[in-house]
Design a protein around this ligand. Structure first.
Ligand code: NDP
Ligand code: 8X3
Length: 256
């Protein structure tokens, strides 16, 4: 019987890369996101290429009722989730605290913290019943350090870092593994979303250095998931070689 991974935010970036790598490793998948067409295309491709089973669920993690309905209506055999990758998340804007857009703040808090909690509440319950499972939480270097104008996004990722530790403690008695993954700059749709479709500004973020790829993060997650039963990797901070911290980025490294 194949194992099952549930990946939130599988329509793009890190979530999509995880879906492809886990499919290659013969996991059956539950893929979630808001863009149904992308989910369906990905599910079709993975089913054909890897002979696995894929369920797609289209919902907004901010909507508690929708999260509950979608997950609780899964057939019982799909509730045997072995790996949950809490990946759906976003940053909106980059303004000082006195000029921030409060709607953006709501969306980041509702997605990155509350959405992650709604999904975890249900899936961790299934894992507890089976005394088995592994939860991967996508934090960020922004959850380890705070940088100028990152205020609310950094706060949400600090919350993820804290919840990652909390989950590990609360689920310890059930043998459930919990791993925090905290990347620096990864070239995905992240900056396009942060800058609300300003592609030129988004592109600039990744100019002059080799950013991480979504595949780099998927491979790291796979490494954590594929350790023996007695090994749990608590926390991983993964940076581009050209980035020492949130604010120390060495551009044009290879030209020197
Ligand atoms: P992308 O923008 O490429 O992907 C984000 C994913 O999250 C999409 O699949 C999107 O799906 C999903 N998502 C966003 N909001 C919601 C929502 N309300 N409900 C359901 N799904 C949602 O970014 P990344 O792949 O880079 O980001 C993945 C995670 O990694 C995030 O948590 C991010 O904070 C974190 N991260 C990213 C870094 C980077 O530099 N890129 C660095 C450190 C951490 P859809 O729009 O279809 O709903
Ligand atoms: C994304 C990385 O440095 O833009 O979490 O916050 S950063």
């Amino acid at each position: 019987m194949s194992q099952i991974a549930l990946i939130t935010g599988a329509t793009s970036g890190i979530g999509e890369a995880c879906a492809k790598l886990f499919a290659k490793n013969k996991f059956n998948l539950i893929l979630t996101g808001r863009r149904a067409e992308r989910l369906d295309q990905l599910a079709h491709q993975l089913t054909m290429d890897f002979d696995i089973e894929v369920q797609t669920l289209t919902f907004d993690v901010q909507n508690k009722q929708s999260v509950e309905e979608n997950l609780e209506n899964l057939n019982l055999q799909w509730q045997d989730v072995d790996v949950l990758i809490n990946n759906a998340g976003l940053s909106l804007g980059l303004e000082p605290i006195d000029q921030g857009n409060t709607n953006d703040w709501d969306i980041m808090i509702d997605t990155n913290i509350k959405g992650l909690l709604y999904v975890t509440r249900i899936v961790s319950g299934w894992m507890v019943k089976r005394r088995k499972g592994h939860i991967i939480n996508l934090g960020s270097i922004a959850g380890k350090e705070t940088y100028a104008n990152g205020n609310v996004y950094c706060a949400t990722k600090h919350a993820v870092d804290s919840l990652n530790k909390a989950m590990r403690i609360d689920l310890l008695q059930y043998g459930i593994k919990v791993t925090g993954v905290h990347p620096g700059a990864v070239e995905t749709e992240f900056s396009e979303v942060r800058f609300k479709g300003d592609l030129a500004r988004a592109k600039k973020v990744y100019e002059g250095f080799d950013a991480l790829s979504a595949d780099d993060i998927a491979e790291t997650i796979w490494f954590a998931v594929s350790r023996p039963a007695h090994v749990n990797i608590n926390d991983l901070v993964i940076m581009p070689t050209a980035q020492a911290s949130s604010v120390h980025l060495f551009k044009n490294l290879h030209e020197r």
